[in-house]
Design a protein around this ligand. Sequence first.
Ligand SMILES: Cc1ncc(COP(=O)(O)O)c(C=O)c1O
Length: 384
Amino acid sequence: MREIYADHAATTFPRPPEVVENMVHYLRDIGCSPGRGAYHKSLAAARMVYEARGLLARLLAVPEPEQIIFTPNVTTSLNLVFKGLLAEGDHVLISSMEHNAVVRPLSRLAREKNVLLEQLACAPDGTLDLLKLRRALRPNTRLVVLTHASNVTGTILPVYEAGEMLAGTDTFFCVDAAQTAGTEVVDFAALQCDYLAFTGHKGLLGPPGIGGLCISRRAATVTRPLIEGGTGSRSEDEYQPDFLPDKFESGTQNMPGIAGLAAGVRLISDTGLAVICKERTTLMESLLSGLAEINGLTIHGTKEAAKSVYTVSINMAGVDCSDLSFMLDQAYGIQTRAGLHCAPLAHKTIGTFPQGTVRFSLGYQNTADDVAAIIAALREISAF
Ligand SMILES: Cc1ncc(COP(=O)(O)O)c(C=O)c1O
């Protein structure tokens, strides 16, 4: 049976050969830590990290590569932002489509540190009316956090417009680009945000365990590091360096991860984001129109390919979502994710809490044939 992987919102699979090869190249031919020695292999490692930062800076339109900090994943990047910026009495606004990577650390800060956490209610299709943001802003609003796209419905939020609204104010703006980096235009400069958190193992086609945070100069000055320690720089100083990226990068880096991520980013840049976005829209249009013709399906989200990323959630009348996901895998080789997708808030917003949905999330490897097979399988199951 042909396998169709439709869980790219969780992690990308299969990884492009270039990604695997560059990781092997690092482990086999370089193998050393950057910035810790003057011998040629250590310098080669430093060059590799430098190039990876440069590739990411170009893809994400970050003015200076050192404004990109490597972290294990977007979850760590978000924790860095929240724990490094917020203090007692700060007001924080988030959308009601956020992932637990946003909700949980902020909820703890609200409970234990008296941070005032407020949600902006999105519509049942996941869209956000920016008037709600304008009305909710207060003099003590320290931070606004928005996901660029929902990992449940794929709905794109108006992050560029929010950035425009917040530009020039004292409120910091953080964008969670977990679902968009590599598959949608993510332009740090145009977003006018202070923090852009990304993860390497989804649209950026890299391995798990590597991600990052793009940080504005003003945010870098006031944000405290989450982790402190050896950086290979200013070793005589008992305090953490205050310059980028060292202020936020301590300990031995995930070098195989950086190697894989660099190869993924290079592949995306060589292909061109415009081509990737166009292919995505075409695939999503055929998936959404095919789904709309099947009886008994509820499709969540905007139902418009141009307003969403590669992801859509559905429910089938009378079929539990775990059972549907299991059937799709066992009988048709189609791999999806059922349940709450670590985003219970988003499910409450779209009206699918606590049962959840079956999520189809495509990636650059999926084809029109995969979409046809998904539609045929769902049609067959719904006709039982
Ligand atoms: C919107 C969003 N934010 C955060 C995360 C967390 O990503 P990671 O596990 O790579 O930290 C995810 C992962 O599914 C996500 O979809």
